[in-house]
Design a protein around this ligand. Structure first.
Ligand SMILES: Cc1cc2nc3c(=O)[nH]c(=O)nc-3n(C[C@H](O)[C@H](O)[C@H](O)COP(=O)(O)O)c2cc1C
Length: 170
C-alpha cells in the first residue's frame, strides 16, 4: 500500500478476525515504533507485545474502554518511565508519534489497530510484569478487521478541512 493510502485507510478497529499476525509483520510494526522521532532522541518507550489469549483478556480489564484488547491478535503495550510532571507532556508527545507510526505501518499491511488508555496501572503492571519505575501509557490492539477490510475512507468523521486549516494567520 502507498503511504497515502495507509494514512487514509487507518481507522480505529475494535472487532478483530481470528487470523493471527505473522511474526515478521508484527516485528515490522514494532520497528516502525522504534524508529519514531523523539525529543532529544530520548526514545522514552518500551513495547511489550502480548499475544497470549488469557493475558489479553486480563489486559482488556484495565479500563472500561479497553474491551477490544481481548479479541486482538496481538496488543502492544506502550510503556513509559513514570515521568515527573515537568517532562510528562514531551514524553507523551513522543509516545503518540510512536503509536501512530505503528498504526500506519499496520495499515500498510492491511492490519487494523486501535487505541485504549489504561486506568488501572497496578493491574497493567502486574499483567505485564513492569518494574515500579514504569507505567503502561497506552495499549495498541492489532488484528485483521473482522468486518470490512481497510480501504481508503473518502469521508472520514473529521472536522472540515477549511475549518481546521488556517493559512498564514488564524
Ligand atoms: C489518546 C487516545 C486515547 C484513546 N482511547 C481509547 C480507548 O480507551 N478506547 C477506545 O475504544 N478508543 C480509544 N481511542 C480511539 C478514538 O476514539 C478514535 O481514535 C477516534 O474516535 C477516531 O476514530 P477513527 O480514527 O476510527 O475515526 C483513543 C484515541 C486516542 C488518540
Amino acid at each position: 500500500m502507498e503511504t497515502w493510502d495507509a494514512i487514509r485507510s487507518r481507522r480505529d478497529v475494535r472487532v478483530f478476525a481470528e487470523r493471527p499476525i505473522d511474526d515478521g509483520d508484527l516485528d515490522r510494526i514494532l520497528e516502525a515504533g522504534r524508529r519514531s522521532p523523539s525529543s532529544r532522541n530520548t526514545q522514552p518507550w518500551d513495547f511489550v507485545v502480548v499475544t497470549d489469549r488469557e493475558q489479553l483478556a486480563e489486559l482488556a480489564t484495565v479500563w472500561q474502554g479497553a474491551g477490544h484488547v481481548a479479541g486482538s491478535a496481538a496488543t502492544v503495550a506502550v510503556v513509559a518511565p513514570a515521568a515527573e510532571e515537568a517532562t510528562r507532556a514531551t514524553v507523551f508527545f513522543d509516545l503518540g508519534q510512536a503509536v501512530f507510526s505503528m498504526m500506519v505501518a499496520a495499515a500498510d499491511l492491511g492490519i487494523g489497530s486501535g487505541h485504549a488508555v489504561v486506568a488501572d496501572q497496578e493491574l497493567a503492571r502486574r499483567v505485564l510484569g513492569l518494574p515500579e519505575d514504569r507505567i503502561c501509557a497506552h495499549l495498541v490492539p492489532l488484528g485483521y478487521p473482522a468486518e470490512r477490510p481497510l480501504r481508503p475512507l473518502s469521508r472520514p468523521e473529521r472536522r472540515p478541512f477549511d475549518e481546521v486549516v488556517h493559512r498564514g494567520r488564524w
